[in-house]
Design a protein around this ligand. Structure first.
Ligand code: SIN
Length: 318
């Protein structure tokens, strides 16, 4: 029998936010409405089969933390192991959504679709965008052949590795950069443009993390290279016991000489260092004589997660 049960996990965000005025789209409090109540307001969701909801967290995603990530990975693996479940939708704030998506793809590599969705306007808005986003996300989660972790916002399907929040206010706040979208959702139908993210389905790419039993997460920090940069911040991090540093470098991975010297000292002292870029688009292109390894196309925030996971024994993204 084709699985048709859809699981919707709530974590908070603007999609669950409330404002005292229907015309105020910025002065709201995120994470106020429960996921069950959000889903009840979208009866069309039930047309495709049974829907189960679970509130995994209730927070503004700026405050996202490792415990919530571990709980999400664990619940995803539990639900996807059920043969009647077709896929999972996760309601999430937009601000760190790309980090959660990357983390879940790295750790779970789900063989069924796991679809993060969100809203730029609170639930109390005159015209909230959340309900349509959830409906579109459900269409992807129920789409035969879909797999891996994707993000659905404003009718566009983005892959977890590439997606980035690119706008502070517009409803289509996300971009997949050079990679382009995985596809679009149009009137409940998926129009696929490229492959879904990898979905090995083993579910335990990092068993301790995926089961929620990991107790200590490595300290990995991000520093930015900019005009007048100094090495003091790196020296202070090394003194504090940092295990990894990602530098958000300029252009194609260049680093201010003062910061670079400090990063090389950190590397020599055993700290893992990676070079990403401040540029919103493009990858740092590696050269054979690079003293500091590049981030393999990952943005600074994703390179940080990848390095944390690597330090925990994870084999790598690509
Ligand atoms: C959040 O990220 O939780 C708040 C902002 C948003 O969802 O747009």
């Amino acid at each position: 029998m084709t699985p048709s049960k859809l699981v919707i996990l709530g974590t908070g965000g603007t999609i669950a936010g409330l404002s005292s005025s229907a015309t105020d789209n910025i002065g709201y409090t995120a994470a106020q409405v429960g996921v069950a109540q959000l889903v009840e307001a979208i009866p069309a969701l039930l047309a495709g089969g049974a829907v189960v909801t679970e509130q995994v967290a209730q927070l503004d995603s700026k405050d996202m933390d490792f415990a919530v990530w571990a709980a999400l990975a664990s619940r995803i693996n539990d639900f996807l192991a059920q043969t009647d479940v077709c896929g999972i939708v996760i309601t999430h704030g937009t601000d760190t959504l790309e980090e959660t998506a990357f983390f879940l793809q790295a750790v779970c590599q789900p063989a069924k679709p796991v679809v993060l969705t969100c809203a730029m306007r609170p639930a109390s808005a005159l015209t909230p965008d959340g309900p349509q986003n959830v409906l579109d996300a459900a269409a992807v989660a129920r789409h035969p052949g879909a797999q891996g972790v994707v993000v659905v916002c404003a009718g566009t399907i983005h892959g977890a590795i590439d997606v980035q929040k690119a706008h502070t206010y517009r409803l289509n706040a996300f971009t997949p950069g050079d990679a382009g979208p995985v596809g679009y959702v149009e009137e409940g139908c998926v129009r696929q443009l490229r492959d879904w993210p990898a979905g090995s389905g083993s579910g335990d790419h990092l068993a301790a993390v995926a089961s929620g039993t990991a107790t200590s997460w490595p300290q990995v920090e991000i520093v930015m290279s900019h005009a007048g940069a100094r090495g003091k911040v790196v020296d202070a991090l090394v003194s504090s016991g940092v295990q990894g540093i990602v530098v958000a470098a300029t252009g194609n991975g260049t680093v201010h000489h003062a910061l670079e010297q400090a990063l090389l000292r950190a590397q020599a002292a055993g700290v893992q260092v990676r070079r990403s870029t401040r540029c919103a688009e493009g990858h740092v292109l590696p050269r054979p004589d690079d003293a500091i390894p590049d981030s393999k196309g990952l943005s600074p925030v994703k390179a940080r997660i990848a390095l944390m996971l690597e330090l925990m024994g994870w084999p790598g993204t690509r």
